[in-house]
Design a protein around this ligand. Structure first.
Ligand code: TA6
Length: 297
């Protein structure tokens, strides 16, 4: 199906004052979701949310000012949809690290705006490297931001996936950030030969951090002293949480990230990854959800 222009998308799916399509960087189609509680921006390439600004608050999502908007390249920051492969995990399919969803143009299937919510449902077109599937992402903006990624196996054989909603959160100063909610959880440390460890207390950052927390469905709180706020990340359909900050050296090597970009972001990812793989039998489905909200003190 040929890509629809913003005018065609507005004709079919636009909703006055709430859902508006426009051309953005890279000439990709974007959609703005607007409610009384805030606004969000989503690029249809990758079904990639790039911004969520609750009314009266600072930006909650970090998207790189140096992001490269080019077919075949993932947008740096926002909420990448990593599917049907997390990172470089084993997979039977010929697909890149973090999968194909974040570098594909998605189709709009529906929109709605019933106060206080604005919602869009997006669908990934079929991919010849994969068994027949249906993949839908529902993005809902209200007082909270909610994403739900649902995979349905339409093939005759089992379909095994790993995945993540790879959320980059905006922080005032990484040196003043603490993450709670993972105390005593088992994790694999990708910065230390994937060693298995147990988290003790809150997470703070003073070097590159890349850990896969296993067997946990708990809520995560990001305490941002610099912006004087707490961001809550709630998950559904996920027993794995990934925490990542590339730190200075890796950031300097990334063309799509400012050298100091690591100081203003941290990834808290709702995932099915590491030891948690999802095998869908024919006609079976699985939903992975993440909800992001500002904790009122
Ligand atoms: O989720 C953490 C991670 O797997 C890191 O290992 C790092 O590779 C990050 O994802 C970003 O990956 P990308 O392919 O977007 O550069």
């Amino acid at each position: 199906m040929p890509a629809q222009t913003p005018d065609e998308l507005n004709h079919h799916f636009g909703i006055d004052e709430h859902i508006a399509f426009h051309q953005g960087p890279g000439e990709f189609p974007f959609v703005s979701l607007t409610t009384s509680h805030g606004t969000a921006e989503v690029c249809l390439y990758g079904a990639h949310l790039t911004s969520w600004i609750p009314t009266g608050a600072a930006e909650v999502i970090w998207t790189s000012p140096d992001a490269i908007y080019l077919t075949g390249k993932a947008i740096r920051g926002g909420i990448p949809v990593c599917w049907p492969r997390f990172a470089d995990q084993d997979t039977p399919y010929d697909i890149p690290a973090h999968g194909v969803a974040r570098t594909s143009l998605w189709e709009v299937t529906s929109t709605s705006a019933d106060a206080p919510e604005a919602k869009i449902t997006l669908k990934l077109p079929s991919c010849e490297s994969l068994p027949a599937f249906d993949l839908q992402l529902i993005i809902t903006v209200s007082k909270k931001l909610h994403l739900e990624l649902t995979t349905t196996n339409l093939s005759e054989q089992p379909f095994t996936i790993t995945q993540a909603l790879h959320t980059y959160l905006n922080v005032g100063d990484i040196d003043q950030v603490e993450i709670s909610g993972l105390d005593e959880v088992r994790y694999h440390d990708k910065m230390d030969d994937y060693q298995e460890k147990i988290q003790t207390g809150n997470i703070t950052f003073d070097k590159a951090f890349d850990s896969i927390y296993e067997g946990t469905s708990s809520d995560i709180l990001l305490h941002d002293k610099s912006l004087d706020r707490t961001i809550k990340v709630t998950k559904a359909g996920s027993d794995t949480t990934v925490i990542w900050n590339p730190w200075k050296e890796a950031a300097e090597k990334m063309a799509d990230m400012p050298d100091n970009g690591y100081q203003n972001m941290v990834c808290i990812e709702a995932a099915n990854a590491g030891e948690e793989t999802i095998t869908l039998h024919p006609n079976e489905k699985h939903s992975l959800g993440t909800q992001i909200s500002l904790e009122t003190e």
